[in-house]
Design a protein around this ligand. Structure first.
Ligand SMILES: *Cc1c(COP(=O)(O)O)cnc(C)c1O
Length: 388
């Protein structure tokens, strides 16, 4: 089949929820992808922060294949080595005490919501179920995580939603105004990815942490997008110097296979008991074997290189005429331009550079092993398109 046939067939049979670009990829390696005509693309999207070490990464692929050659699935009624090993790695690297595995970011957040509500009820009574999230947040597409998402556009059509979510302005006063005796948790993204790579102010985040600690309210960091080395820190909360009670992640964790993790720190270590939560596929051994190879390689040296590449990218972008502001951290970058972001993205893709958008901004989430030459190519194309 060629690219055109794939696109026609997809249009005929796939539910129309995605406004796709007219490109079908056949193969790739590292930061480069090739369509069915053999055209080359440099990838600055990583399949939305997923392909941490790019396409066809040897080490990840070997870990996945080795596990495929032994056991592909057992159900969570039994133990598997990769699941235990991944949980241990995550706990050792973050200080978390326990991990629950699901299959996506939304599921990781569902787990965090359940954990916070059970903690609230057990410790403070059955009314303590409210969760504060921020305006312009994004927490997923299931009904509860849509309800948690602080953007009206996502609330069209699908109500009634689960109750108990309150949206605060991203300021200390904004959050204080929403706190009451029924608040069990505050959930934040240190950098709001979907709504435009908005980096939360450090003092604000610290003030939320303090407020939470004083009232035994759980602080949940949604690191589905910011996590797994993306920002130049293993998890972005580490750059903020805060100690959340729950951290969720997904996207990059699996390096290209579906997984979500809800990490429970000291206060919530034992919040769940038998039967409280579950998932058929959660912590699948093949996915976990791959994830171990990803997390195992995110060390200080790699994180330093992510911070350096991020700075290099940012410096180059700020020189481009037509770039109004560059936001983000490490290799999670938002670009504010006078021209519409969707137009820029389309032109970049035509010229062989894959970029994303986030609300009114162009968003870059390249693989963490992107080379300097590839960054230079990205800067060249972005410069041509933006200042054209
Ligand atoms: C992508 C994303 C989600 C949802 O993850 P899925 O794997 O698509 O369910 C949740 N929170 C944040 C911050 C995200 O970026």
């Amino acid at each position: 089949m060629d690219g055109k046939n794939i696109i026609d067939e997809d249009k005929q049979y796939i539910a129309g929820t995605y406004a796709r670009f007219r490109v079908a990829f056949k193969e790739g390696r590292g930061c480069r992808l090739y369509d069915y005509d053999g055209k080359e693309y440099v990838d600055c999207g990583s399949g939305i922060a997923v392909d941490i070490f790019g396409i066809n990464d040897e080490e990840w692929k070997n870990a996945v294949i080795a596990q495929l050659n032994s056991v592909q699935h057992t159900s969570n009624l039994f133990y598997t080595e990769p699941q235990a090993r991944l949980a241990k790695l995550l706990c050792e690297k973050t200080g978390a005490k326990k991990v629950f595995f699901g299959n996506s970011g939304a599921e990781a957040n569902e787990c965090a919501i359940k954990a916070a509500r059970k903690y609230g009820e057990v410790h403070h009574g059955e009314k303590r179920k409210e969760i504060i999230t921020l305006k312009d947040s994004f927490h997923g597409r299931t009904l509860a995580t849509l309800a948690a998402t602080g953007q009206d556009a996502f609330h069209k059509y699908y109500g009634p939603f689960p109750a108990g979510f309150v949206y605060a302005e991203p300021t200390t006063e904004g959050v204080e105004k929403c706190v009451n005796e029924n608040t069990c948790a505050v959930m934040i993204e240190c950098i709001q990815g979907e709504s435009g790579v908005n980096t939360l102010d450090k003092d604000f985040v610290k003030s939320v942490e303090k407020l939470c600690k004083e009232r035994d309210i759980l602080l949940i960091c949604d690191e589905v997008q910011t996590g797994n080395g993306r920002t130049g820190y293993l998890y972005a909360y580490q750059a903020y110097g805060i100690s959340p009670d729950i951290v969720t992640t997904a996207k990059g964790l699996g390096g290209g296979l579906p997984i979500g993790a809800c990490m429970l720190f000291d206060k919530c270590e034992n919040v769940f008991g038998f039967g409280d939560h579950g998932s058929t596929f959660g912590g699948n051994p093949v996915v976990c074997a791959g994830a171990c190879s990803i997390i195992g390689r995110i060390d200080e040296k790699l994180l330093l290189s992510v911070r350096e590449k991020g700075e290099y990218f940012k410096t180059g972008l700020e020189k481009i005429e037509g770039v109004e502001e560059v936001s983000g951290m490490g290799l999670m970058i938002g670009i504010k331009t006078a021209k519409p972001a969707s137009e820029i993205a389309k032109k970049c893709i035509d010229k062989g550079l894959l970029v994303l958008t986030a609300h009114s901004k162009v968003r870059l989430l390249p693989p963490l092993n992107i080379s300097k030459d590839e960054i230079d190519f990205a800067l060249k194309i972005l410069s041509e398109v933006i200042s054209e």
